[in-house]
Design a binder for this molecule. Sequence first.
Ligand code: FAD
Length: 310
Amino acid sequence: MKVINLYKGNKPVFSLEVFPPRNGESLGAVLNTIDSLWSFQPAFVSVTGGALGSMRGGTIAIAAGIKRKYGIEGIPHFTCVNKSKQDIENLLMEMKFNEIENIFALRGDPPMGQKEFIPHPEGHRYASELVEQIKLLNEGVYILSSIEKDYEASPTNFGIAVAGYPNGHPECPDKKKDLEHLKIKVDNGADYIVTQLFFDIDVFLEFVENAKKIGIDIPIVPGVMPMNKYGQIKFVSKQMGIEIPEKLKDKLEAHKDDKDAIKKILEEHTLLMCKKLVEQGSPGIQFFTMDKPEGTEKVLQELCKEKKRY
Ligand code: FAD
């Protein structure tokens, strides 16, 4: 099933994002996360390729395994890092024959130890080009079928998600320009957008408003990462260039040595954001679980209590 169809109903769609284990570890934490949150009926599970340039394998297999085991879509995050167009096409065939129907198309972070993104000489510089390649496959245009004309290639039917950045992407200080780049991904064929996490709901709402103004009319799904540690929010904020609103920053600074107080502040903040997102008619929420279900569970328990929506 194409995930975009799930956003056509009038209930907010709640989805999970999981991380592949480090190479050599078991799938235990991934499965435990899904099992623990199963009673909330997650609509689908997105499987990262390991963010911030970390090297983890298994994304496609995990996404396919989730679909087989749980009967919901597993969406592999697929980046252009170190891949030629032919490598990409071959991996898309792996996905097709594993019955994967949706792809999260990304440029990707530079690999660990590398400061900036260097495109493969025969690959893509931007995610928009990857979207375009997938779209061409959806039209039956393959690299090989363009050269060898003696066979008829049948089209794929992949749904495509792309990333959006309410605080702007760290490499593009001009937020307006970054939004224009997002529009290219949409024009090239993306079905829906999942955003980078944010701490200020007004920043997200303004982003959605500005996106609409330039003609982005596909679902924009907020990404939410439930956190509970001071070090964690400071790290994420610095690493990803995500502003912490002054009021929250002041509260955190005042209690930074009190673990329990920090946990409470962060949990309350996340819950409040999620409640507002639902109230504002957000198409859904994608929870970045980091393979730790507890934070997401707390939010969903509260949302279900109040809204009886999921
Ligand atoms: P792009 O859309 O290509 O944008 C990259 C930069 O180029 C931006 O600054 C943009 O403004 C600029 N740009 C785009 N088009 C143009 C153009 N035509 N001209 C000039 N500049 C342009 N990373 C991983 O490695 N693995 C993951 O699993 C993963 N999952 C993610 C999930 C979510 C929900 C999000 C929000 C991000 C995820 N990332 C992941 C991080 C992502 O790969 C990085 O943020 C990466 O640096 C950019 O990827 P992108 O697809 O947004 O790139």
